[in-house]
Design a protein around this ligand. Structure first.
Ligand SMILES: Cc1ncc(COP(=O)(O)O)c(C=O)c1O
Length: 403
């Protein structure tokens, strides 16, 4: 049994009351902010599909005025994620990229940001192609190495943006270690790959946690969305201001679907971890596979950070390379039958991606190779199917691709 499960399974006589703050993660994900509708008793929160709200008098209202500024369904998702990530405020966005845009919009002309050299390809595209035009400066460094981050800091550094585990090589950053050297810069952690079920960055010293809720949080390949949870009320207020001013909002319907996904997050993450660990070990034992990257393997270069930082498993993502490089990698991707070739990750269905030509195609070849995203690398998002069926499909496809 893991440390966290032991903590969560508090003996009844050690609990003060039945309050949300005393509950375990799975209970919070189901009940914390999602209470039955007070007007009708409906067990499931309604989709408040409305643009505006009747006001009782000028300046007198029930907390909502216009759905760009606030919407009751979206607000419940924001409150739920805030409770799970242990923050002081949550804000939900139309996509993960909208959330990332908002976080960088906290900066002003001349400010400098440090970004992990391995991140989802859309982040450097946003920074290099768009935000650099507004006088922001970016350095891409190996945030897995604390000394490299220290060397890149300057008085102008206002933000350190890390993704851990990172897309697609699973490279880790020691959040606690970076929080201790960051000075006044805000440490932002993209927690998309693990979710608060497995890692709570604010507990580890981060200032801001960010998600593409498109992935594990919603978990069913049905929406796009993003979220930001902050350690301080001030950062939350600043982000809500930016969100309203820039129109970077989530829709009530997507928020409702995401809330539905959230209710099963804990149980899904456990199965993602279980399946991914078994598959990583199978791949490691397959002579046609030349490299496997999964933080739960003893061979993973940063296995000690993984054990310290991840609470009850290492997530559903892994990456690997086949003998024969790019050619066999591409043949493998098109020979699968149960597993789908697709851009997304973190859903119930197992999906495979070729990062060099798909998710990270926007990066220059030099930056890609520098970050370890080789042309033959395959990313696997392990879903919730029976693991034997997944291994059967991987096996037949590896055989076809390498014969
Ligand atoms: C780690 C990570 N962060 C952010 C994003 C961007 O999220 P979205 O696609 O919801 O805009 C992605 C997308 O793949 C991602 O993998």
């Amino acid at each position: 049994m893991t440390e966290q499960t032991q903590q969560e399974r508090k003996p009844a006589n050690k609990r003060k009351d039945q309050s949300v703050s005393e509950s375990g993660f799975a209970t919070k994900a189901i009940h914390a902010a999602q209470t039955p509708d007070p007007t009708t008793g409906a067990m499931v929160l309604p989709i408040y599909q409305t643009t505006t709200y009747a006001q009782q008098a000028v300046g007198v209202n029930k907390g909502f005025t216009y759905s760009r500024t606030g919407n009751p369904t979206v607000q419940v998702l924001e409150d739920s994620l805030n409770i799970l990530e242990k923050g002081q405020g949550g804000a939900c966005f139309g996509t993960g990229m909208a959330a990332i845009t908002a976080v960088f919009a906290l900066l002003s002309q001349g400010d400098h940001a440090i970004i992990s050299s391995v991140v989802y390809g859309g982040t450097p595209r946003l920074c290099n192609m768009i935000l650099s035009r507004y006088g922001l400066k970016f350095s891409y460094v190996d945030t897995g190495d604390v000394d490299t981050v220290r060397a890149a800091l300057s008085p102008k550094t206002k933000l350190i943006f890390v993704e851990t585990p990172a897309n697609p090589t699973l490279k880790l950053t020691d959040i606690r270690a970076i929080s201790e050297i960051k000075g006044d810069a805000k440490l932002v952690v993209d927690n998309t790959f693990l979710t608060p079920a497995l890692q709570i960055p604010l507990d580890l010293g981060a200032d801001i946690t960010l998600h593409s809720t498109t992935k594990f949080i919603e978990g069913h390949n049905s929406t796009v969305g993003g979220a930001i949870i902050t350690k301080t009320k001030k950062d939350h207020e600043d982000l809500k201001y930016l969100q309203n001013a820039m129109g970077l909002i989530q829709s009530p319907f997507n928020a409702w679907l995401t809330l539905r996904g959230l209710k099963t997050l804990d149980v899904r993450m456990k199965r993602h971890c279980e399946n991914a660990q078994i598959i990583a070990e199978y791949l490691e034992g397959n002579p046609k596979v030349t490299k496997v990257l999964y933080p739960g393997l003893n061979s993973f270069p940063q296995a000690s950070i993984a054990r310290r930082q991840h609470s009850q498993g290492h997530g559903g993502l892994l990456a690997f390379e086949l003998k024969g490089g790019v050619k066999s990698g591409l043949k493998f991707a098109s020979s699968l039958s149960l597993i789908t070739l697709a851009e997304n990750l973190g859903a119930v269905e197992t999906m495979v991606t070729h990062p060099a030509t798909m998710t990270h195609a926007a990066m220059s070849k030099q930056a890609r190779l520098g970050a370890g995203i080789t042309d033959g690398l395959i990313r696997l998002s392990v879903g919730l199917e029976d693991v034997d069926d997944l291994i059967f499909d991987l096996d037949q496809s590896i055989k076809k691709a390498t014969s």
